[in-house]
Design a protein around this ligand. Structure first.
Ligand SMILES: Cc1ncc(COP(=O)(O)O)c(C=O)c1O
Length: 437
């Protein structure tokens, strides 16, 4: 196994050996081993991308489903976005002062997401979620934060708890937790802690926690419980923002408006961005002149002009494509359903989850009865088989994580066909070798 991969990727192999000498685990983001080290291999080092394809340092070409952690919905190397960055570079890359582009970008965002009455920019999604919770704590005068099991909101200590099953990561336990899609768990949490909860932070579609779409009642219940308890509702739309619809998925796809929203990824097309915003009365706590405010929003690289320029270009391009989202979502839905048919046909314990263009593939240790909740899925993931699957998929020229990842507007029908065939080939190989228990 993986002999072919080793033969094709000598430069990546050598680079990973060097990387391990300088970075713990060889990486600067834990998931960038893409499951390869789990089965004794090493990750490919990527050299360039264009549209829906990506090339490694050995010249191997892949259909990319990872798309820069879901950021490149327009495709890699988009000419308009690259040109905006190039033009902005001419005046120096960052002067550490106010710049015109930041106002323009914020105005675009506000037009796309009108409930972002006020907003702040930072450099990463991890900062955005940390600051969003901070303003919520200041506004409510409460400390407790509530999140979903498996929800990943970035690497800050405020929300970086209960991310990985079995969710026993003391001492980083800062708040309380509910099960995504389990209304009872939300209601009992509010019965017990409601008056102390400053904010619920949740993705409208849980991402790293399994790509699970919300049941129709789930987001409305979160809205209702937070309102009744005087807590705030924060939608972390760092993946879903501009992914399912132009603007907020919570509002535009599922009909629920939060008090605050966090954005990143797609909104700046691969440049480092975090944004948080929403109700003006809440966001006023980021204003140092507001009585009772604390330090909210530092950041040497906040509202970086290159990010702002890229963001404006992305939003202008996406607003032209706003009517194309339905088609993109349909292609994703059809692809997911074809994959699930393949898994059924081969009788492998594998499930494709997601909604619209988001497609994750997960190996399971046990059959999963509906309803699909974050906790129930996390409890049965077969990481060993998933790592093998992921690595073999990379070997066969399809690059992704969480099984696959997400389609972009740049993916062609051939890309999808190649990917489905590759998944089937890997599944067939794995079942032939009886690696499935
Ligand atoms: C839903 C969600 N929130 C927050 C983050 C953190 O963003 P960043 O990696 O830019 O810090 C991520 C990143 O994957 C994410 O998926």
């Amino acid at each position: 196994m993986l002999e072919e991969y080793r033969k094709k990727t000598p430069h990546s192999r050598e680079l990973f050996e060097r990387a391990q000498q300088v970075f713990p685990g060889g990486v600067n983001h834990n998931i960038r081993t893409f499951g390869t080290t789990g089965c004794g291999a090493y990750p490919p080092f990527m050299a360039r991308g264009n549209g829906s394809h990506i090339w490694d340092v050995d010249g191997n070409e892949y259909v990319d489903w990872w798309m820069t952690h879901f950021s490149q919905i327009l495709g890699h190397n988009h000419p308009r976005v690259m040109e905006a960055i190039r033009q902005q570079m001419e005046g120096g890359n960052h002067l550490g002062a106010l710049n015109e582009r930041q106002v323009e970008f914020a105005e675009h965002l506000q037009k796309a997401i009108p409930f972002m009455e006020k907003m702040r920019f930072c450099a990463t999604g991890s900062e955005a979620t940390m600051y969003a919770v901070r303003v919520a704590r200041l506004f409510t005068g409460r400390r407790l934060v509530a999140k979903a099991y498996g929800g990943w909101h970035g690497g800050n200590d405020t929300v970086g708890y209960h991310v990985k099953y079995p969710f026993d990561d003391e001492p980083f336990y800062n708040g309380v937790t509910f099960d995504f899609n389990d209304v009872d768990s939300v209601q009992s949490l509010f019965e017990k802690h409601g008056k102390d909860i400053a904010a619920v932070i949740v993705e409208p579609v849980i991402g790293a926690g399994g790509a699970i779409a919300p049941e129709p009642e789930f987001l409305p219940i979160l809205r209702e419980e937070t309102e009744q308890a005087g807590s705030l509702l924060i939608f972390d739309e760092i993946i879903t923002g501009f992914r399912l619809r132009y603007g907020s998925a919570g509002k535009n796809a599922f009909g629920v408006e939060p008090d605050l929203i966090t954005l990143g990824k797609i909104a700046a097309g691969g440049m480092p961005l975090g944004a948080y915003g929403g109700r003006e009365d809440v966001m006023e706590y980021a204003n140092p002149k507001t009585p009772g405010s604390r330090w909210v929003g530092g950041g040497t690289f906040s509202s970086h002009p290159l990010t702002m320029a890229a963001g404006i270009a992305v939003l202008e391009e996406l607003s032209k494509l706003r009517n194309e989202y339905a088609r993109l979502n349909r292609r994703g839905d059809e692809t997911r359903s074809r994959l699930n048919t393949i898994f059924n046909d081969y009788q492998v314990p594998v499930i494709a989850t997601g909604i619209g263009s988001i497609i994750f593939v997960t190996w399971l240790r046990k059959e999963l009865e509906p309803p699909l909740t974050g906790y129930r899925l996390a409890a049965v993931v077969d990481h060993e088989h998933l790592d093998i699957f992921q690595t073999l998929l990379i070997e066969s020229g399809v690059f992704g994580y969480h099984g696959l990842g997400a389609l972009s507007f740049a993916h062609s029908t051939e890309d999808i066909e190649q990917s489905v065939a590759a998944v089937e080939g890997v599944i067939q190989g794995m079942s032939d070798k009886s690696t499935v228990s």
